[in-house]
Design a protein around this ligand. Structure first.
Ligand SMILES: CC(C)(COP(=O)(O)OP(=O)(O)OC[C@H]1O[C@@H](n2cnc3c(N)ncnc32)[C@H](O)[C@@H]1OP(=O)(O)O)[C@@H](O)C(=O)NCCC(=O)NCCS
Length: 200
């Protein structure tokens, strides 16, 4: 995969997946076992997007850390003993790993992609991550010879419907009472995919 922010997820990613899942779905929420089962099926994929940290707003200044100002700061050695001047006194803590920002779970079977799950971490919504992970699913599907994508979305989910429509999906059917214990219909949507480009 060309974009190093994107990769197929594995059981080690489950804490991040489940945290997004819990915050995103009341209805039909998947369990650990559901995700593990999907990760084992050869035609099933769980793709994750690890976005860079959000850019800090213009003019942002970090608050002073009291223990590291004034006399306390002056007591810190400028360099590690014996090391060339300017070398930090302590090794830096490793940078924390990037948290999962969004994921999508889908099947590619008999030339069709069935998108079953797509969610973005609540604190990272409206930044384009939903669109980015959806486009990654489309690209991944084209590369594997899929000719179309099928999905269901609740009629009461305007964000998801707008996202899918913005990528060209069209409504092709309605399933009565599919969500919210029978209170909401599912709209069945589809998108035709172009053929995979020839490889040279
Ligand atoms: C639906 C969801 C995946 C959208 O993710 P997102 O990262 O916020 O979406 P993006 O920032 O990529 O937005 C892409 C487009 O989707 C539409 N959109 C996204 N959120 C929207 C909202 N709250 N209201 C209206 N339109 C919205 C817009 O058309 C947007 O394009 P724009 O920003 O240029 O206007 C996200 O809200 C989510 O995880 N919801 C909970 C889980 C869920 O419902 N998944 C779908 C199951 S079918």
């Amino acid at each position: 995969m060309a974009d190093d922010r994107l990769r197929l997820l594995t059981p080690e990613d489950l804490p991040g997946i489940l945290s997004i899942e819990k915050a995103s779905f009341q209805d039909a929420r998947w369990t650990v076992d559901d995700f593990l089962a999907e990760m084992e099926r050869p035609f099933s994929f769980v793709l994750g997007l690890f976005p860079p940290a959000r850019t800090l707003p213009a003019g942002f200044a970090p608050p002073p850390v009291p223990e590291l100002s004034g006399p306390a700061l002056r007591r810190l050695p400028a360099s590690a003993p014996g090391a060339p001047r300017g070398t930090p006194a302590r090794p830096r803590a490793p940078f924390p790993p990037k948290p999962l920002g969004a994921f999508a779970a889908f099947w590619i079977l008999y030339g069709e992609t069935h998108l079953m799950h797509l969610a973005v971490a609540p604190e990272r919504r409206r930044e384009g991550l939903g669109k980015a992970v959806l486009r990654a699913v489309l690209g991944f599907s084209v590369a594997r010879g899929s000719g179309k994508v099928l999905l269901e979305a609740s009629e009461n989910n305007p964000a998801a419907l707008a996202l899918y429509r913005s990528e060209g999906f069209r409504v092709v059917g309605r399933r009565k009472g599919y969500y919210e214990s029978g209170r909401a219909d599912a709209l069945s949507m589809t998108l035709d995919l172009p053929p995979a480009p020839c490889g040279g």
